[in-house]
Design a protein around this ligand. Structure first.
Ligand code: PLP
Length: 362
């Protein structure tokens, strides 16, 4: 079967270099070889996340750590900020973990605003909140800086941030922002195969986790810290992923982090320009558009071009590209184009050319 290049917002296209690293010969996870590998990438991960904390590697999808965060640091009640499919689900996950949880729901397409969180935290009921920085289902990026600034007012509230589709594509300064848990899966902006999550915890989050009795084992943050101090993981990790991550970090630093951040910003702007040029408008509220994917409105809001998304998808697929036809309840009334990972201006133009052709054949 000929390969169809992924322009869906995760998993995204994986380079041959990354696959080659992924297929490195196996080593033991308690041996010096693995410790050397993890120790080599640890400072790069810390640089990427602007932190002095140890960065952990979890062999799981992002949801493992999202659930783990709730299990480790929520004692009283968690405020789940909800603005799309992933953030909405986190509320259900909190309840399934047996936690007291409250929904801060805004309409899909809107961001979460700091003042909305402030009003809820002011009740004093909460000791944690969950926030999705870049809501992949709607293409909305919430204002992380403004929200994180609330931490000064509520120092005892644990700020749990999912940066699954934004980590490594935009600067997130973990230590300066005073976030407590920051996590991502590697199949999104890292452009790696699915199956590994990267996360970091504040000292306060670790101290709180240590006091949590029913935090479980597989996602016990205290175990992650203890093991990371020895350049190890609590259980046998997907070692191929760690090799792939080392290769990816090599790519990030060869390009330079600032250049990488600028590239994602530029490519998302190019995609919006392409869409606007065809009379489309956008699902996210203006000013809160993601830098890693574009969620294009196709009738979910009044005005703008409307067409047959399934037909467009098929035409583009026949030309070798996979695009997304909208997530969950906005399937068909939106569609999404990803520019995350290794994309360049040239590769994005190839996608626009295929889309142009697809639109002509509507
Ligand atoms: C993809 C995604 C998830 C879920 O990730 P899995 O790797 O499937 O667990 C969670 N949050 C966001 C923002 C995502 O984009």
């Amino acid at each position: 079967m000929p390969h169809v290049k992924l322009h869906i917002p995760g998993p995204v296209e994986v380079s041959q270099k990354t696959f080659k690293a992924f297929c490195s010969p196996m080593i033991g996870h308690r041996g010096q070889g693995f410790k050397d590998l993890y120790a080599k990438i640890q400072p790069q991960l810390q640089q990427l996340l602007f932190t002095k904390q140890l960065v952990y590697l979890s062999t799981s999808s992002a949801w493992g750590v999202m659930e783990g965060a709730v299990r480790n640091v929520v004692h009283k009640k968690v405020l789940n900020c909800m603005c799309g499919a992933f953030s909405d689900k986190w509320f259900d996950v909190s309840k399934k973990c047996g936690k007291e949880a409250e929904a801060l729901q805004v309409p899909w397409g809107s961001p979460i605003r700091a003042e909305q969180i402030d009003a809820r935290l002011a009740t004093g009921q909460f000791d944690a909140l969950t926030l999705i920085h870049n809501e992949t289902s709607t293409g909305v990026m919430s204002p992380l800086e403004e929200i994180a600034a609330l931490k000064k007012k509520y120092p005892d509230v644990m700020f749990i941030v999912d940066a699954v589709s934004s980590m490594s594509a935009i600067k997130i300064e973990f230590d300066r922002l005073d976030i407590d848990v920051l996590l991502a899966g590697t199949q999104k902006a890292f452009a790696m195969p699915p199956g590994l999550a990267v996360f970091v915890c504040s000292p306060a989050a670790l101290a709180k986790a240590a006091q949590t009795k029913d935090r479980g084992y597989y996602f016990d943050f205290v175990e992650f810290q203890k093991n990371a101090e020895q350049s190890m993981t609590p259980s046998t990790p997907s070692i191929g992923h760690v090799y792939a991550l080392a290769s990816k970090l090599e790519d990030f630093f060869a390009e330079g982090l600032d250049a990488r951040f600028a590239r994602h910003k530029k490519l998302s702007q190019m995609t919006r320009d392409w869409a606007a040029g065809h009379g489309f408008n956008f699902f996210p509220e203006k000013g809160y558009e993601s830098v890693t994917l574009t969620c294009i409105n196709n009738g979910a809001k009044p005005g703008g071009t409307v067409m047959d998304v399934a037909k467009l998808q098929k035409s583009v697929k026949d030309q070798g590209f996979l695009i997304d036809g909208g997530y969950g309840k906005i399937k068909g009334t939106t569609f999404r184009l990803s520019n995350m990972g290794d994309e360049t201006e040239a590769t994005m133009r190839e996608l626009y050319t295929a889309l142009d052709k697809g639109l002509k054949s509507q």
